[in-house]
Design a protein around this ligand. Sequence first.
Ligand code: FA5
Length: 363
Amino acid sequence: MTQDIQSLKAEITDEVKAACDLKSLDDVRVSVLGKKGRITALMKTLGKMTPEERQTKGRDLNILKDEIADLIKHQESALKKQEMDARLASETQDITLSPRPEYMGHIHPISQTIEELTTIFAAMGFSVAEGPDIEDDYHNFTALNFPPGHPAREMQDTFFLPETQDEEGEYAKKLLRTHTSSVQIRHMENNKPPHKIICFGRTYRSDYDLTHTPMFHQMEALMIDKETNMGHLKGCIMDFVRAFFEIDDLPVRFRPSFFPFVEPGAEIDIGCSREDGGLKIGAGDDWLEIGGSGMVHPNVLKNCGLDPNEYQGFAFGMGIERMAMLKYGIPDLRTFFESDLRWLRHYGFNPLERPNSATGVKS
Ligand code: FA5
């Protein structure tokens, strides 16, 4: 290395070592290796040298450049470690302090309700299944025995996405699933019977008022085996709503109703009273609808490759917001999704106190 390059190296090394924080180190890096840096400027002079000069000077400059780059990298790691050590020393946490409620996060009522429902169904032997929010017409409607002109397929009820071409070159519109019943189909298509699943998830419909929002959550249950019957459906729902509302003698009523994917079908009502404008679950002689249910339609079983002469079973579904509103006295469904922290502090749950899968429903 020539004398001038050696003295440049010594000069730059001193500057790098003198940099006492990452900002000043970066300033040194730019002044040496940046576009207008000292080494970069020397590299640019190589073009005007004779081939012999260029060979020795070029080699020396490249060695210098690599050594300085290594030195800067080394200094950078040392400075980062120094900064981290200083932060660790100054930002100590006293974990013996008691929790301060104003800093504690709250569990959203939807998450809490899903947690409670999971706990109840897990104890009954159900496992959790999932499906996509963006569905195709087949899984959301056709496989569930919806006839071609059914009103639920209309634009005013369902959010359709722009038309796209599928793998076979067919043009079709995907949609945001209108219910979690599509997960029944996906699960039966991909798994062997018997089936015993629950599913939670977002669902979408073109609705907006005090009790309806364009995005909401549903819960779906499906049980298929060789002898599963309406008695199992009723027993399962009665046990589940009584555990969820924590009322052992809560009246439950099954009211005949129509859904294309079940036969017979029934709305699920629970007993309540509506006196003085207030709603009380479990008391009085009035009824409140909480969801739909029924024995899975033979056409649905066939669509999923099951023989209806061999397999049968039940399904039911309900709105999770509706369940949370009833249990926790939340009057307006729209407020669930307004992200108002004051609302969450009021209706949310202390993560350390609420029952969950670990502590059980009635902790
Ligand atoms: C269904 O969606 C059926 N898939 C349920 C079912 C499953 C029946 C399996 C039979 C067997 P329905 O359209 O009634 O049914 O909706 C179920 C619940 O979703 C309603 O009771 C209500 O609580 C909730 N829900 C419906 N639309 C909205 C909305 N726009 N906002 C909030 N909750 C809603």
